[in-house]
Ligand binder design. Structure first.
Ligand SMILES: [Fe+2]
Ligand SMILES: [Fe+2]
Length: 211
């Protein structure tokens, strides 16, 4: 293993060998200002990262997420999803681009929502011996993906596309009703405040990854 002195010498000689060249991007010393540039780039990346974290937090905290618990947050996401359906159903057949854009938004909202439920809430349901409900809801998420797949692969400038959207909405509304009116309230009633808070924190962490 090289001593500190040896490795310092090695660095000095390597920086000396490139004195006639443009300088290594990895050099931080002397009159070479690459270090300053790298420093600025790192700072810029940090600012960009902070902005992205801020954006993710806003997405994750959204309506219902700031003061509410996991259940309130999921209900708020259900509402937001139905609002996208409202917009889609208000489009005409000649608004294909708007429909594509709204379908992308719908897919994003549903993918994030399903991830939170599948990675946190449904496993917690199974732990609480609500396995049958968790499995039934999880299977329905498979059909959510099927609807999205079909809608993405159909011509969206036709009445058939909108009819498929309406079928999808009906299926999804029944799924949401099951969660909001039956399964989730029964589950929440089994938990104490601490368990509820822990589930909220765990779910927010997963949602943050997808935000
Ligand atoms: Fe669900
Ligand atoms: Fe849900």
């Amino acid at each position: 293993m090289a001593s500190k002195t040896q490795s310092r010498q090695a660095r000095t000689s390597s920086s000396g060998s490139r004195s006639s060249g443009g300088g290594s991007a990895f050099s931080w010393g002397g009159s070479n200002n690459a270090g300053v540039l790298i420093g600025a780039a790192v700072a810029g990346a940090a600012v960009g990262l902070a902005a992205n974290v801020g954006r993710k937090m806003l997405v994750q905290l959204g309506a219902g997420g700031v003061t509410g618990d996991w259940f309130d947050a999921l209900k708020a996401e259900h509402e937001a999803t139905l609002a996208i359906f409202d917009k889609i159903e208000a489009t005409r057949d000649d608004q294909a681009t708007t429909r594509s854009h709204l379908l992308t938004k719908l897919k994003y909202a549903l993918t994030k929502h399903a991830h939170q439920e599948e990675a946190v809430v449904y496993p917690a349901l199974r732990q609480a011996n609500l396995t049958h409900d968790a499995d039934a809801l999880n299977a329905e998420h498979g059909y959510v993906k099927t609807y999205l797949y079909e809608l993405e692969n159909m011509a969206n400038d036709s009445p058939e596309w909108l009819a498929r959207i309406r079928d999808f909405r009906a299926m999804l509304q029944e799924h949401m009703r099951m969660e909001e009116d039956e399964v989730f309230p029964a589950f929440r009633n089994q938990m104490n405040e601490k368990q509820n808070a822990k589930l909220t924190a765990t779910m927010n962490k997963e949602g943050f990854k997808m935000a």
